[in-house]
Design a protein around this ligand. Sequence first.
Ligand SMILES: [Zn+2]
Ligand SMILES: [Zn+2]
Length: 176
Amino acid sequence: MAIKINDIPPEGMTIDVLDKADLFQEGAKTASFQATVKIKPEGSGLFHISGTLTATAVLECSRCLKEFDFAVKDAVMDFDLAPERLLEAPGEHELGRGELDMEFYKGDEIEPADVVREQVLLALPMVPVHASDCKGLCPVCGVDRNEKKCTCTQEAMESPESPFAVLKKIIKPEKE
Ligand SMILES: [Zn+2]
Ligand SMILES: [Zn+2]
């Protein structure tokens, strides 16, 4: 539900957004979120966005590749929203406060769901793990070491190709 920027009163408006969004894959709708978004005009087409955001995103564990739900709870939103045409005409504006704190909208409409989606992405971990003690997949046989034990680790450690075996040779060749 896009909002026409001309419909936003000078004192601003607050809207509740409840939606699902694609995160990394189009059409996947792997994040559902609930947000309270306050939009306040700052002149020259700029808007200040504030509010809070709660979301659940389906992520893939970087160690064992299992999908898991990642929860974003009451994340605070606080940034400026500028018209996209500012990006197309560099030099004609100054983004003084740093473009990192800024998002952009197209044309004369603001789509709150798009704005929130970007904030969900920012709140996600760079390297997601389904649990901090995830043992990951065995690099040798590929078994999920959270579920099964394999004997590869020890063998790999002792095999001549292992970097540790090489270290051993380097460290104590003279004692033998
Ligand atoms: Zn994992
Ligand atoms: Zn293994």
